[in-house]
Write a new protein. Structure first.
Length: 202
């Protein structure tokens, strides 16, 4: 619970299916011309009889001004991607600890061109869910299966289930129209720490 900095925890056994509710309220400062505002998040985790669980999440923002509408929609898009990554983790790597690799930067030209260049080098041009991929010569050692592809007003993203350089999950993303690119991977193999060190840029 400490990872979420929870303000409240309300376990319940009143229903046939056991559930727990987590609530959090924080101050969100988006920077720029928008003032800081309050954002409340509520999680409901409900256990099911087949050993799975249902996770519901509700976010509410209390900012003012038209710019906050876009800010909250962008946050919602990011949380949808995060929940897909959580589902993939629970499906393929439940309970395994991870080692992280993170790389970010900006494209040298138009955002769409930067995305196309990066995905092309990694064997991911036009990739959709279920497609297998392998990076080409001169690119980082990456191969696996596409779990999810996202493309909306707030950016583009790919969720990847890795086989090389080791078992893991990775996210490739382009934020907005400014050309800000990023890659992050969570590696779950027994040698995850050593592999993560080798994959970090010099």
């Amino acid at each position: 619970m400490s990872l979420l900095d929870l303000a409240a925890w309300h376990p319940s056994t009143r229903r046939r299916r056991r559930s727990s509710r987590f609530a959090q309220e924080t101050t969100w400062d988006p920077g720029g011309d928008l003032p800081a505002a309050r954002v409340a998040t509520e999680w409901l985790v409900e256990a099911r009889d087949d050993g799975t669980c249902l996770v519901r999440m509700v976010m509410r923002g209390f900012g003012t001004g038209a710019g906050w509408d876009d800010e909250l929609e962008g946050m919602a898009a990011g949380m949808r991607a995060a929940l897909h990554a959580l589902a993939s983790y629970r499906t393929h790597f439940p309970g395994r600890p991870a080692a992280w690799v993170r790389v970010s930067g900006a494209g040298t030209g138009a955002a769409a061109a930067a995305w196309d260049e990066l995905t092309g080098a990694l064997g991911l041009a036009g990739a959709g869910p279920g497609r297998r991929f392998a990076a080409g010569p001169g690119a980082p050692e990456l191969a696996g299966v596409v779990e999810r592809a996202g493309d909306d007003a707030y950016g583009r993203s790919l969720l990847l289930r890795l086989e090389r350089p080791g078992p893991g999950l990775a996210e490739l993303y382009l934020l907005g129209s400014g050309g800000s690119l990023g890659f992050q991977a969570r590696l779950y193999g027994d040698d995850r720490d050593e592999v993560a060190v080798r994959q970090q840029p010099a």
